[in-house]
Design a protein around this ligand. Structure first.
Ligand code: SF4
Length: 326
């Protein structure tokens, strides 16, 4: 497998918005450490799952990779150089190759554009097709994502179709430029339970058909099982465990991964949970805990854990864990 993309020590700290006087007299600028030193690579053709609770920094990481946000520091290397040093023209060409499927299809579609116009919009922006040619490309992709009859749905507005169809519109819009890499940010979170598995199956089929590479962002570890080749578990702006899906699911090493796996619902009324649920709430990213960020919630924490920040260490083939005990 060839490496498609590499993320190196990526950080995004958002300045905390305060009043004028607070800013004037503040000894140091306070920041939200949304992403705080994340590194990983994605091989061509694989699906990497970025998994974690709300607020762990996974969506911000996805947006940095697409350069929808500028980083505080770090690199995203694509095509041999960091995208943060790409010129405007290079970025425009790159956006054809890197696309995104947003979580909320209703919010990401203009209510004034028909479905056909919305899907064809990227073709117009990138100058890839016009007129009848663009219309035919839109019809083709609509059929591929299951928006049929395409000629009928083409003229409908987003509010005139179902939630599942809107999600298919967003997928079609992401794929119409024939990209090679797609960030799928919680693509099934807003869909009805009845259509979630269909959308997942569609994403899996389209990956093969279009030779795609995915970064699949989700808060739900159970969902990653159906689509990912590898998973990276994020906690408070950092990756705490990363490895092949089967290995992480069968032999989780980090206590946080174990608790996430233990929280996956089991369809058996007699099943009794044995693994402890983490104590308390996820701490603030403004002032994260010292040492290991998980230590206030970890049932295995020792005094050393609050002093030393564990680096990611390889504990098995391509299996990395950040924990002082391993
Ligand atoms: Fe728990 Fe300590 Fe490991 Fe952190 S380093 S996960 S606190 S045992």
């Amino acid at each position: 497998m060839t490496e498609l993309l590499k993320v190196e020590n990526l950080k995004k700290h958002f300045p905390l918005q305060k009043g004028f006087l607070d800013n004037l007299f503040a000894k140091e600028k306070r920041v939200v450490r949304a992403v705080d030193g994340v590194s990983f690579s994605i091989q061509k053709g694989e699906t990497l799952g970025l998994v974690g609770e709300s607020g762990c920094g996974k969506t911000t990481t996805g947006r940095l990779i697409l350069r929808l946000l500028e980083p505080t520091s770090g690199k995203v290397v694509y095509g041999g150089k960091s995208i943060f040093s790409y010129s405007k023209e290079e970025m425009r060409r790159l956006r054809e190759k890197m696309q995104v499927i947003f979580q909320d299809p209703f919010a990401s579609l203009s209510p004034r554009m028909t479905i056909g116009e919305a899907i064809g919009h990227p073709l117009k922006i990138h100058g890839l097709a016009h007129g009848k040619d663009a219309e035919q490309k839109v019809m083709d992709i609509m059929e591929k994502v299951g928006l049929e009859p395409a000629s009928f749905l083409y003229h409908k507005y987003p509010h005139q179709v179902s939630g599942g169809q809107r999600q298919r519109v967003v997928i079609a819009r992401a794929l119409v430029t024939n990209p090679e890499f797609v960030v799928a940010d919680e693509p099934i979170a807003m869909a009805d339970v009845s259509v979630r598995s269909m959308i997942l199956e569609l994403l899996i089929r389209l990956k093969e058909e279009f030779d795609l590479t995915y970064l699949f962002i989700t808060h739900d570890l159970a969902t990653s099982k159906y689509i990912c080749d590898r998973v990276a578990i994020m906690y408070l702006g950092k990756i705490v465990e990363m490895g092949p899906l089967k290995e992480v699911f069968s032999k989780p090493v980090h206590p946080y991964t174990s608790t996430l796996l233990a929280a996956v619902p089991v369809p058996d009324p007699k099943f009794r949970r044995t693994h402890p649920i983490p104590k308390g709430e996820i701490p603030s990213a403004i002032n994260p805990p010292s040492g290991c960020r998980f230590h206030p919630r970890c049932h295995l924490a020792s005094p050393e854990c609050s002093r030393e920040e564990p680096p990611l260490r390889e504990v098995g083939k391509n299996h990395w864990v950040a924990c002082n005990l391993r």
